[in-house]
Ligand binder design. Structure first.
Ligand code: FE2
Length: 288
């Protein structure tokens, strides 16, 4: 049977309070348990706080192997440093796209002592064939992210992937390292009160919406704040703003259908590969 045109809400994955790094408080929705991953997405963390105690300890030096991380800052200032000598300043509206590949050691530390810190980190899996590629890092300033107003009262920023409608087309700022395999779409959508938009999504891709602010609906189903909304089958999604308007992320990608074995910051296909990652990290060769 052909998939329906519009995707509808399949399930909600509420953000759970979590702590990571040296004690940064965040809400983890996708990936809050292994059963709540959404292939190819391993995890989505959201952070939004005015209390420095929630972020001041930051994420001191730590390793990753086997996937990509996307950090999207909305408010505040963090600094990335890695073993390759990259330094990146993450400010409002900017994106950091990091391909851990065979290994990266980095820190992500706040560069402010007070004020608001708000943003997201998404982990995108890499296929077996790309897990051991050399690491890479890209820092994308806010003004380099393509944006459009595809309909009245609708603002769209396209971080990765492609979107188009009648008379408009947006291509994201980043080509993911795993693009051929996971083909990720990552966009930030603002909706004025009752504004609505229909956006295409590749039929075979997993997709979800994350409501970060205000109110919005997918079809007739209201979105909940700080919650990932997994979408069912279809070739497009229709999103509308609530009475006060709303802001959400739309994220989609092609499933890898590979076994996932995760141990903290290492995500591989087998236990043996995880043991190898731990061994490499202990010997100091993970990011050599
Ligand atoms: Fe990290």
């Amino acid at each position: 049977m052909a998939a329906p045109q519009h995707r509808s809400l399949l399930r909600r994955i509420p953000g759970q309070d979590a702590s990571d790094g040296a004690g940064v408080r965040l809400k983890r929705s996708i990936g809050s348990t292994p059963a709540l991953r959404l292939d190819p997405f391993l995890m989505l963390d959201a952070f939004r706080t005015d209390n420095p105690d929630d972020y001041i300890a930051g994420f001191p030096a730590h390793p990753h192997r086997g996937f990509e991380t996307v950090t999207y800052m909305l408010d505040g200032h963090m600094q990335h440093r890695d073993h390759m000598g990259n330094t990146g300043d993450l400010g409002p509206g900017s994106v950091q796209w990091m391909t851990a590949g065979r290994g990266i050691i980095h820190s992500e530390m706040p560069m402010q002592r007070d004020g608001r810190m708000r943003g997201f980190q998404l982990w995108i899996n890499l296929p077996a064939a790309l897990k051991m590629q050399p690491p890479a890092y890209r820092d994308i300033p806010a003004d380099a992210i393509p944006h459009a107003e595809p309909a009245a009262g609708v603002q769209l920023r396209c971080i990765a992937g492609h979107l188009e409608g009648e008379g408009w087309r947006l291509s994201g700022a980043v080509n993911a390292s795993g693009e051929a395999a996971t083909d990720p779409l990552f966009c930030d959508l603002w909706l004025a009160p009752h504004a609505d938009i229909t956006l295409p999504i590749a039929e075979q891709h997993a997709a979800f919406l994350y409501l970060d602010e205000g109110a919005a609906k997918v079809g007739d189903a209201p979105l909940e704040l700080d919650c990932a909304h997994v979408l069912g089958e279809g070739r497009s999604v229709r999103v509308s703003g609530g009475a006060e308007g709303g802001r959400c992320l739309l994220i989609a990608g092609k499933p890898l259908h590979e076994p996932v074995v995760q141990y903290g910051p290492f995500v591989m296909n087998t236990r043996e590969e995880i043991e190898q990652a731990l061994d490499d990290y202990r010997r100091g060769t993970l990011a050599a």
